[in-house]
Design a protein around this ligand. Structure first.
Ligand code: KG4
Ligand code: ZN
Length: 361
């Protein structure tokens, strides 16, 4: 009998449930996306997100159980994202998980969403980067550690060193906008729509990435928000966003109402080039400094083609990008992280509460 985890994820704007065996085999991975709902607002609208989670959660869990052909009796535990995320969204998943654990007498495991993004790499999947399955073999071997994880999403930019299961050391993070958030804000400045990452990537295809120079940000350790011990691996993206704002002002508004049309493609390409340079540079430097066996890149921004190409060119066979469906928010990754937490004895009880500002390491 496998160790079977029902996993639930509602930290942001996806209502997701999955059934995962032994932290590795996905039996079902169901996602109800609210992207269409939030597109109108150009970002996630927290009130609407939690209401949409309430409507979707039961059908999504049912769909996952049905797709997996899993009986309630076959479950070993329920894992749920407890944070970080939107409080009103997290609480919907956590309450659903508690209800199931109470009714079915199952162990409950609260999982850090960022841990989930890291453990997505342990899941069997087709369609990842060429090296993803090689790295996966390493991850399932006797001693895969140390590992380096880069999590780049709409809410996070974190560089994490892992010396064992559940052992995280935060090497660096952003002091202002998350990488994905910067893509979203710049896309808005360029009138490219939401979500911004794919839109910038598309606009950048025909742009000149060398036309505008973005100077690398310098992060002072004095900044109150710095949680890492050195500024060597810290990130900052708000300067690049401000630079884009200034460029659009120089050229008039992005609707092209003034004399000079904004060179949208060149700005998009230059911005993308700068951000991906910074991400690759710091990640590669940390990988060398800590002699890691592999680099695990996850989160929505890891869908970026330019980032993938540059990261692979720099790090070769050691870098893993799971398929897109596992890079963006999903519950299977919570099932994988939940399995390893379950295996090391992590248990929560019905007093489990959401932790919207939960940190890793
Ligand atoms: O992980 P995710 O689906 O949700 C969380 O934020 O947790 O990440 C979404 C973010 C958005 O900011 C989106 O613009 C960005 O990932 N993104 C991309 C690309 N695809 C999605 N950023 C750059 N290039 C992309 N191709
Ligand atoms: Zn995420």
């Amino acid at each position: 009998m496998p160790t079977r985890i029902l996993a639930i994820e509602t930290s942001c704007d996806e209502t997701a449930a999955a059934v995962v065996d032994d932290g590795r085999f996905i039996r079902a991975n169901v996602i109800a996306s609210q992207a269409d709902l939030h597109r109108r607002y150009g970002g996630v609208f927290p009130e609407m997100a939690s209401r949409a989670h309430v409507e979707a959660i039961a059908p999504v869990i049912d769909a996952a159980m049905t797709e997996a052909q899993a009986s309630w009796d076959s479950l070993s535990a329920v894992a749920v994202t407890k944070g970080p995320g939107l409080p009103g969204s997290l609480v919907v998943g956590v309450n659903a998980a508690k209800g199931i654990c109470l009714a079915r007498d199952l162990p409950l495991i609260g999982v850090n969403h960022l841990e989930g993004h890291i453990y997505a790499h342990w899941l069997e999947a087709d369609g990842g980067s060429e090296t993803a399955s090689l790295v996966r073999q390493l991850l399932h071997s006797e001693s895969p550690f140390p590992l380096l994880a880069l999590i780049v999403s709409g809410g996070h930019t974190e560089l994490v060193l892992m010396r064992g299961h559940g052992q995280y050391r935060l090497l660096g993070h952003t002091v202002d906008d998350a990488a994905g958030e910067a893509f979203d804000k710049v896309a808005r400045l360029l009138n490219l729509g939401y979500p911004g990452g794919p839109a910038i990537q598309k606009a950048a295809e025909f742009g000149n990435p060398q036309r505008f120079k973005f100077s690398p940000p310098r992060v002072s350790l004095e900044a109150k928000t710095v949680r890492a011990t050195s500024n060597e691996y810290m990130f900052s993206f708000s300067g690049a966003k401000t630079h884009v704002l200034r460029l659009t002002q120089d050229y008039g508004d992005a609707n092209g109402n003034r004399a000079d049309p904004v060179p949208v493609s060149d700005i998009a390409a230059s911005f993308q080039e700068a951000v991906t340079d910074w991400l690759v540079e710091k990640t590669a430097r940390a990988a060398e400094a800590f002699g890691v066996k592999a680099v695990l890149v996850g989160g929505g921004v890891s869908a970026n083609k330019r980032l993938r190409a540059k990261m692979s060119a720099r790090l070769g066979a050691t870098v893993s990008f799971p398929p897109l469906a596992l890079c963006t928010d999903n519950a299977a990754m919570i099932g994988a992280a939940g399995y390893y937490a379950f295996a090391r004895g992590v248990r929560d009880d019905l007093t489990l509460d959401v932790e919207p500002d939960l940190k890793l390491g």
